[in-house]
Design a protein around this ligand. Sequence first.
Ligand SMILES: O=C(O)c1ccccc1N[C@@H]1O[C@H](COP(=O)(O)O)[C@@H](O)[C@H]1O
Length: 210
Amino acid sequence: MPVSAKICGLSTPETVDVAIRGGASHVGFVFFPKSPRDIVPERAGQFATSGHVGRIGVFVDPDDALLAHAVAGARLTGVQLHGDETPERVAAVKARLGVEVWKAVPVRTRADLDAAHGYRGAADRILYDAKTPKGTLPGGMGLRFDWKLLDGFAHPLPWALSGGLDVGNVAEAAGLTNARLVDVSSGVESAPGVKDVDKIAAFLQATGRI
Ligand SMILES: O=C(O)c1ccccc1N[C@@H]1O[C@H](COP(=O)(O)O)[C@@H](O)[C@H]1O
């Protein structure tokens, strides 16, 4: 089965287009003012995507007003909660919005994976990402975790792999973890927040070959 890819942190029509043409299954938009990829919902809403491509909004401990505004304005099909959202909060977001909900689980040690179990029945998908240093962004830092930690882990939900992926390591990462969906942001940039169309195309070609 081929590996699908989400290209995250997009903020221009050109980069959205190259992601779609390259076969991305999902595109991602970040709604977090501290991020260099932060975008206003109405701008993201102007970017055209094919019907089969998921439009995922990335949030960090958002309130209900931001979620509702972004889902409508950016025409999101799903939200990725990348903060300290509890299972109860994730379930409430899902019930309120009625869109797909992904929960990011930060990973440094094997014990960190256990948090995923708490989201069974609340989230639709777990996104394993590298735990970032305190005081930095909770994601989008280009940091990876030890992929071997996922070896033998009984995943409670559909899941995706993220954190420090790029064209040079995505095949190894997918091979080691058996991920069927990968998520990249920094690895397809020329500078923080600046997406590179050639890197996006190369990343998608690489995932297509796995
Ligand atoms: O991209 C961001 O700026 C961001 C901000 C806050 C939370 C999550 C963010 N991005 C997500 O982080 C992972 C990993 O990114 P990277 O490939 O290591 O740069 C990815 O899922 C992004 O969606």
